[in-house]
Write a protein that binds this ligand. Structure first.
Ligand code: ATP
Ligand code: MG
Length: 325
């Protein structure tokens, strides 16, 4: 459906997108994730034909974004970062105006407006469609922005940070809405909020410093975080008289252990043991405590979150990009 190949974009001397390639299959909802300045908006603008690439190709539904931009715009509904609304217009008036610009024939406009108003929960309360855009809360303005891009029933939706500036309840509504739209549309939505893409998207593409640093289904990416392996344990000397230093030294000396941090709480050492991603040191640690006759009352593997993964991977990439610049 969307095919991005070796996409590169320079703004004068700034390399905003650096050899990015990915595919988005029909009907999938893809989260485009990255920190500020990662190149999300730039990539989305190129996909929607609003900005030419420096090099590389993008096709949407088989249409080339450079050579067939009219066709591309026909199949895409693009909600930009800052939805440009006309504050003086009323909701219905605005949607009608946009429907006209979209080339929807006059006879079909009313039905199209009713359809999107219903879809984006604008049909209630009754007077919502008559309100001025300037008098709408941020959340409702976002809904109008989304309603607008749905007017021409495009098969592809590109949403640049659709939940930015919304309160938690509105974010949940917007997420539900996007989830519902996912059934009928192919969607790319950008965000730097993990929870958002984790819940809405079947696939995630993480970009940082203009490059794709990871992609896959949320589960799979979360699985990779276990690579941040940490083992948590609570140990005491068990009456042996071994000091904290003794205990830490012996644990640090275990193969696969990279670092140990420790906090003493009521006679117990709460240990956080960072390990090599490939080793699971729990059994060996259990053996060690038995051999040393220490007391052990907790031993478990800390699960990494998608957030850990995101922070780690984007931090490294942003640093490298900074160094290249
Ligand atoms: N019109 C422009 N002229 C020059 N540089 C630009 C322009 N637009 C973006 N950039 C630069 O390109 C890089 C990528 O910006 P982009 O807006 O694509 O990032 P983003 O991932 O959308 O960030 P955010 O999360 O803040 O929206 C940044 O370094 C930015 O400063
Ligand atoms: Mg952006």
């Amino acid at each position: 459906m969307i095919d991005v190949k070796n996409l590169t974009k320079w703004y004068n001397t700034t390399l905003a997108v650096d050899d990015v390639s990915f595919r988005v299959e029909k009907g999938s909802v893809v989260g485009f994730l990255g920190p500020n300045g990662a190149g999300k908006t730039t990539t989305l603008k190129i996909i929607t034909s609003y900005l030419p690439a420096t090099s590389g190709t993008v096709t949407v539904n088989g249409f080339d974004v450079l050579g067939e931009s009219i066709d591309v715009r026909g199949v895409i509904g693009y909600m930009p970062e800052n939805t440009p609304l006309y504050p003086e217009m009323r909701v219905r008036e605005y949607l009608s105006f946009r429907a006209k610009l979209r080339g929807i024939p006059p006879k079909q406009r009313k039905a199209a407006i009713e359809r999107v108003a219903e879809r984006c929960w604008l049909s209630k309360p009754e007077n919502m469609m008559r309100r001025r855009l300037s008098a709408l809360s941020r959340g409702y303005q976002q809904r109008v922005g989304l309603a607008e891009v749905l007017l021409h029933a495009p098969p592809v939706l590109i949403l640049d940070e659709p939940t930015i500036g919304l309160d938690p309840a509105q974010i949940r509504d917007m997420r539900t809405l996007i989830g519902e739209l996912g059934g009928e549309h192919t969607i790319i939505l950008s965000s730097h909020i993990l929870a958002e893409v984790e819940q809405t998207c079947s696939n995630i593409i993480i970009i940082a410093g203009g490059q794709v640093v990871a992609q896959g289904p949320p589960n799979q990416l979360r699985g990779r975080v276990v690579g941040l392996n940490k083992v948590l344990a609570e140990i005491s000397d068990g009456g042996t008289g071994d000091t904290t230093e003794d205990i830490l030294r012996d644990i640090k000396a275990m193969p696969g252990v990279n670092d140990v941090s420790c906090e003493a709480v009521k006679g117990w050492l709460h240990l956080e043991i960072s390990t090599d991603p490939r080793s699971d040191v729990r059994e060996k640690l259990f053996d060690l405590t038995a051999e040393k006759q220490w007391a052990l009352r907790e031993l478990r593997q800390a699960k990494g979150s998608l957030e850990d993964f995101f922070v780690q991977i984007t931090y490294e990439q942003t640093m490298q990009a900074g160094a290249r610049a």
